[in-house]
Design a protein around this ligand. Structure first.
Ligand code: GLN
Length: 189
């Protein structure tokens, strides 16, 4: 098992820490050849416009699309989710169209730049509550029927999955709750 973490910009080191708590090996992904031999790939939070530029110049924009289209497991958090969405608004920008969601950037309002909320993670029957950290977070404004809602928070989908693609509006890598990372490891196995 090996999980790659896109390490061009953003909070990639926090993801590496979460996987290491689970005993799951990770490696940094900076070039297309780093995608070889991965079971899963994480696209972290950061600044989506900057990530687009860096992925273009490194060749990773096309390589990650190919990786996903050929069935590789992908997990995008926050800016990572923006990159994987079918459509992006506020303002519109290019995306990889790998999961059928429409995403509004900074969709939780300018006043609340960051917030901690409690959502549900029904996969854990004994403890379905989950603390969720949102930072200038994108909001899923609509989703296709093929996208499964894995965690609602205040009536909205904040963790969604379509086949091999998982996305979160919040930052599970910033808490000491590793259940979402553990879910992704199972998905990538
Ligand atoms: N608002 C950022 C963007 O649009 C995402 C914020 C984040 O990843 N924490 O790229």
């Amino acid at each position: 098992m090996l999980i790659g973490i896109l390490s061009l910009q953003g909070d990639y080191q926090a993801h590496a820490r979460s996987f290491s708590e689970l005993g799951t090996p990770t490696c940094e992904v900076k070039k297309p050849r780093d995608l070889q031999h991965l079971n899963g790939l994480v696209i972290p939070g950061g600044e989506s416009t900057t990530l687009i530029k860096l992925m273009d110049s490194s060749g990773l924009w096309l390589a990650v699309r190919e990786y996903a289209v050929s069935g590789g497991a992908l997990f995008g958090t926050c800016a990572g989710m923006i990159l994987l969405a079918d459509q992006v608004c506020n303002p519109p920008q290019r995306s990889m169209k790998l999961i059928n969601i429409v995403v509004e950037r900074n969709g939780y309002g300018r006043q609340i730049d960051s917030a901690e909320m409690v959502g549900d993670f029904p996969q854990s029957k004994d403890n379905p509550e989950m603390e969720m950290i949102f930072i200038r977070a994108p909001r899923i404004v609509s989703k296709g029927p093929e996208v499964e809602s894995l965690a609602p928070c205040r009536g909205e989908v904040v963790l969604g999955r379509q086949d091999n693609v998982l996305v979160a509006s919040f930052h599970p890598e910033l808490t000491m709750d590793y259940r979402v990372h553990s879910y992704f490891v199972q998905m990538a196995s």
